[in-house]
Design a protein around this ligand. Structure first.
Ligand SMILES: *[C@@H]1O[C@H](CO)[C@@H](O)[C@H](O)[C@H]1NC(C)=O
Ligand SMILES: *[C@@H]1O[C@H](CO)[C@@H](O)[C@H](O)[C@H]1NC(C)=O
Ligand SMILES: *[C@@H]1O[C@H](CO)[C@@H](O)[C@H](O)[C@H]1NC(C)=O
Length: 238
């Protein structure tokens, strides 16, 4: 992946998990980007290549979202930790040294006990991108800028999708997204491209302020800062 740094004009696409990706056959076009960013475990590539592509340059996750089944990891990709709390760094240390032990205690849900990646294929996302996404871009309440305690403040964490966009805006010459946006006026449409759950099953998030984030993403699309290949951020509205 070291050749990424030397590229003169880098094109990046952030692929979300929205059902809006289904049956659009965008896979080949997604694979043409220099950098394909995916996030969390729940957005598999295998079996969905036609719609979501087969290339993953990096997959951004936090411990609670990391893939637990080893066989579900894609063959190659950088494992990028987006750390929201001190415990997350501790967990990563155990993954790097391959010692599960008690590294899985203290999380709000069960976490992976092993990450099948060499340390050289692991990265820590610069926490600045999380802070910038939260406070400068989306405009979430500041809470003294405390990364560790702000996780407990209702709807106060940016989604990884927006964190990934923020990172890409710093590092790429062109940024596109696909699979973003939930359209609540189509309750029977699939929520995710990889499962049958419908839009109507969506619950209010206690961690993210979805409407506030959406305002920010709509601004980016309207200003032409990012291109939305599945048009789920604005719909007919931009
Ligand atoms: C995609 O196509 C398959 C097979 O034709 C169909 O079963 C499925 O409902 C479609 N999904 C969407 C979201 O249109
Ligand atoms: C989410 O953002 C909206 C503004 O878009 C604001 O009115 C609302 O109070 C926020 N929700 C919380 C829980 O802070
Ligand atoms: C949501 O779906 C409705 C009905 O298909 C459509 O008119 C509207 O533009 C969509 N909105 C977004 C944001 O995609």
């Amino acid at each position: 992946q070291s050749n990424l740094i030397s590229m003169s004009c880098k094109t990046c696409i952030i692929v979300g998990n929205g059902g809006i990706l289904a049956n659009k056959s965008l896979g080949q076009r997604i694979d043409q980007f220099d950098v394909v960013v995916r996030y969390l475990n729940e957005a598999p590539v295998k079996g969905f290549e036609k719609d979501v592509g087969s290339k993953t340059t990096m997959r951004i996750t936090y411990p609670e979202g990391a893939i637990q089944k080893i066989e579900r990891y894609e063959a190659q990709s950088l494992f990028v930790l987006s750390a929201f709390k001190a415990l997350d760094f501790n967990w990563l240390r155990h993954m790097v040294f391959n010692q599960a032990g008690k590294s899985t205690d203290g999380f709000w849900k069960s976490v992976a006990r092993r990450v099948p990646r060499e340390p050289s294929d692991m990265r820590i996302l610069n926490p600045y991108f999380i802070q910038e996404a939260s406070f400068k871009l989306i405009g979430l309440p500041y809470n003294n800028g405390q990364m560790d305690s702000y996780i407990y403040v209702f709807q106060n964490i940016p989604t990884l999708g927006t964190v990934a966009i923020t990172m890409a805006l710093h590092n790429c010459d062109e940024v596109a997204v696909a699979g973003f946006g939930y359209n609540m006026s189509t309750p029977h449409a699939p929520l995710h491209y990889y499962e049958k759950i419908r839009m109507s099953a969506i619950k209010e998030s206690w961690t993210h302020n979805i409407s506030k984030e959406k305002e920010f993403l709509v601004k980016l699309v309207k200003a032409g800062v990012i291109q939305d290949w599945t048009n789920g951020i604005c719909g007919a509205g931009c």
